[in-house]
Design a protein around this ligand. Sequence first.
Ligand code: ZN
Length: 289
Amino acid sequence: MNFSDFSFDPVTQDAVKALVRGGNLPHALIIESRDQKASSELARFLSMYAVCEAKERPCGVCTNCVKARKAEHPDISVVPPDKDSRTHKHSIYQMREITKDAYIIPNEARAKVYIFEDADHRLTTVVQNAFLKLLEEPPRNVCFILLCKNAQQLLITIRSRCTVLRLRGSDSPDEQALESAAAIARGMISPKEYELMLALRALEEKETAHAVLNALRLILRDAAALLSNGKAVADSKTASALSARFTKIKLLRLYELCGEAAIKIDQNVNISLLTTWLCGEFRRISWQR
Ligand SMILES: [Zn+2]
């Protein structure tokens, strides 16, 4: 899978990779995010993936990819609200037209994609029920992508037929988490072990531990981005301190450890054992030559 033209965070990249295991998109997908731009960008990426014919998809350069990128691909439709709807909703009439169209084989690519933006607002209950018929007998090689802020607003019958992908507001972690994560990052650099151990106490509360680990991953990703002439988005000061100190390989290893720690937290490991383990691992990586 080729993410090079897109700036998804690693958590999203992992989720997308898991989504297309086996090489095919699910026939119906809900992307839930408060960030409409981020969900539209992901829908664009997935539709490129669906139509691209290169080995490493989406290649970004084949005719299908180029047309998809420019929103000019005949097999990818971003369905606008019904032009007669004053409240910008979809209509039964539109849904009937889409149902007819979806069973017709694609024009140029091997798959078709329909994207519904703002689906939790634009798909009324009546229209969702019409949509349901389509999802019950999904046409071959078609993917419906529903973008919404809150998937709970959609009928449960729709949700149960879709794969739901939740994008965390990963580029805007809360400040408290970011601060705790920055302290851990400084602890990684510090020669004094107790500084790292002290900072890792931020993981003691299970509810906030995930947010701290995600923020730490963001900072580590930023540091790696700086080493590739990219930009830091979360905490540029801490990221540049890390990038001055660690190689990209070390940053990646530290990043992976955060993921391993998150899994352990979900498995309810003893938190003080976890922080001791994490402290040892962080320091082993930080200080090994
Ligand atoms: Zn391509």
